[in-house]
Design a protein around this ligand. Structure first.
Ligand code: ZN
Length: 425
C-alpha cells in the first residue's frame, strides 16, 4: 500500500515544525540528573501531548525506590494507543533525564534555541529529540487515518543517566514492559539516523582498597606504602592487562572502532592523608582506586573479574605486607539483539526507504536502558534507533539536526506500520 506509506510520510513532513517545537519544549524543562530535577513537569509535557494525540496516559511514580523523594519524585509517563488489537505491541521508550550542562556553552542550555536547522540544548540529542520523534511518528500515523492492527506504547522514563533503576528497570519490574505482552522496544537514543544499535559491551566497576602499614615518613622502610601498592596495580594494568586487552576483538559491531576491544579506565584514586589539611609525615596505610572495565560479550564477566583479581594478587605479592579488598560497585552484562530479529529487519527496510541508503548495525561502547529490557523484561527484540549524533551527547552546545529529527520520525513511523502489521514497507 504505497499510498498509505506516502500519506504517513507527508504527515511527518507537515508536522515538522510542531515536532521541532515539541523537542524544544522538552529541552526547556531542565530535567538535570543528578539530582533528578523537574521530572514530574517533563512527564506532564509528554503526557499532555500524548493525550492530545488520543493516547491513554498514565503517570507511574517509582514510589518504592529509595531515590524517589518528595523533593525529587521519580515520575514516569506511559502512553498507550490501542488499535484494533492488543498485539503486536510496539513500545518506544525515551529517557527524559539529562546530564548537567557543564561549562563551555555559547547559548542557554535550557533555552530550546532553534537556529540554522538545529535545535540546541542539553538533552537535545540525548534524547529529547528522540522522544519527539517517537511521539510524532505515532501522530503521523493517526493523522493519516490509519487504524493500527496492533498497539503502540510510548514511555518517557527517568534516571537513565544514573542507571535507569527507577525508570525502565522499574517499568519492567512492574511488568509494564514484559515478555508475553511487549513484542519489541525501540529506544530513540542518538545513534545517527542511519544506524541501528543492537547492544552494548559489559561494565564492571570495582573499588580496590589497598592496605599497607603506617610508619614515620622519615623512615619509610619501616612501613608498607599502600600508594606504592596501587602504583604496582597501575603498572600491571599498563604492562600486562592493556596489551592483552588490545589483542581481543569482538564480533559485535561496537563503535567507535577502538571500542571493539575491551578497555579499562581508572576513574579515581585516593590515598594517604587528604589534601587541604595540614600534613604529617606518614607512610600511607590505605589507598583506594575505582576501575571501570568494559568487557566483551565473548569475554564475559567471570573472566573480566578473575583477571582483575589475578592482577591485584601479583601486585601485593610484589609488596610484602600489603593486602587488598575488592568491592564490586556495578556489573552490567553485555547485551545483543538476535541477529535475525524482525525488529532489526523492519528498521533496516524503513531506513533504506526513507534515506535511500543501507542501514549500518552498530553497538554501543557504553551501556543504556537496553539491558533492562533484555534482562528484566525478557524482551530480546530491542534496539536503539534515533536522531542526533552520538558524539554530541553530553557535550557543550549539544544539538540535533532538524533534518535528522524529521528523517528519524519517518523511519520510526514506517517501522511502526510494519511491526504492527499495518502494511509491508
Ligand atoms: Zn541517552
Amino acid at each position: 500500500m504505497p499510498d498509505l506509506i506516502d500519506k504517513v510520510l507527508r504527515e511527518v513532513e507537515a508536522a515538522a515544525d510542531e515536532n521541532v517545537a515539541f523537542a524544544a519544549d522538552l529541552i526547556r524543562v531542565p530535567t538535570v540528573n543528578p539530582p533528578g530535577d523537574a521530572y514530574e513537569d517533563c512527564a506532564h509535557v509528554i503526557g499532555d501531548r500524548l493525550h492530545a494525540l488520543g493516547f491513554g496516559v498514565e503517570y507511574l511514580a517509582a514510589e518504592d525506590r529509595p531515590e524517589h523523594t518528595a523533593r525529587y519524585p521519580r515520575v514516569n509517563v506511559l502512553g498507550t494507543w490501542r488499535g484494533s488489537r492488543d498485539r503486536p505491541l510496539v513500545h518506544l521508550n525515551g529517557h527524559f533525564d539529562v546530564v548537567p550542562a557543564g561549562d563551555g556553552w555559547t547559548l542557554d542550555p535550557f533555552g530550546g534555541v532553534v537556529r540554522d536547522g538545529k535545535v540546541y540544548g542539553r538533552g537535545s540529542c540525548d534524547m529529547k529529540a528522540g522522544i519527539a520523534a517517537a511521539v510524532y511518528a505515532a501522530a503521523a500515523i493517526r493523522r493519516a487515518g490509519v487504524t493500527l492492527p496492533g498497539t503502540v506504547e510510548i514511555s518517557g522514563t527517568v534516571d537513565e543517566e544514573s542507571g535507569g533503576f527507577a525508570g525502565v528497570a522499574w517499568l519492567a519490574e512492574q511488568k509494564r514492559l514484559a515478555a508475553g505482552r511487549t513484542d519489541c522496544v525501540i529506544i530513540p537514543e542518538p545513534l545517527n539516523v542511519d544506524r541501528i544499535c543492537v547492544g552494548h559491551r559489559g561494565v564492571y566497576w570495582g573499588e580496590l582498597t589497598m592496605r599497607g602499614r603506617i610508619a614515620h615518613g622519615s623512615m619509610p622502610f619501616l612501613g608498607v606504602s599502600a600508594i606504592e601498592g596501587i602504583g604496582r596495580v597501575l603498572q600491571e594494568i599498563r604492562e600486562r592487562l592493556q596489551p592483552a586487552l588490545a589483542e581481543r576483538t569482538t564480533a559485535v559491531p561496537v563503535v567507535p572502532d577502538q571500542a571493539r576491544h575491551p578497555t579499562v579506565n581508572i576513574n579515581a584514586i585516593q590515598g594517604g592523608q587528604p589534601f587541604g589539611v595540614s600534613q604529617s609525615p606518614c607512610v600511607a596505610d590505605e589507598c583506594r582506586l575505582v576501575f571501570d572495565r568494559r568487557f566483551l560479550i565473548e569475554e564475559g564477566f567471570d573472566l573480566a573479574k578473575s583477571e582483575m583479581i589475578a592482577l591485584f594478587e601479583r601486585a601485593v605479592a610484589g609488596l610484602p605486607g600489603s593486602r587488598y579488598d575488592l568491592r564490586d560497585l556495578l556489573v552490567v552484562h553485555p547485551t545483543r539483539t538476535p541477529a535475525d530479529s524482525f525488529l532489526i529487519a523492519a528498521l533496516e527496510r524503513a531506513i533504506d526507504r526513507v534515506l535511500d541508503r543501507p542501514a549500518t548495525l552498530v553497538a554501543s561502547p557504553g551501556t543504556y536502558d537496553h539491558k533492562h529490557v533484555d534482562r528484566i523484561a525478557g524482551v530480546p527484540h530491542c534496539v536503539a534507533y534515533g536522531p542526533g549524533r552520538l558524539e554530541l551527547a553530553h557535550q557543550p552546545d549539544e544539538w540535533c539536526g532538524i533534518d535528522d529529527l524529521v528523517n528519524a520520525t519517518k523511519v520510526m513511523a514506517l517501522a511502526i506500520l510494519q511491526l504492527t502489521g499495518a502494511v509491508e514497507i
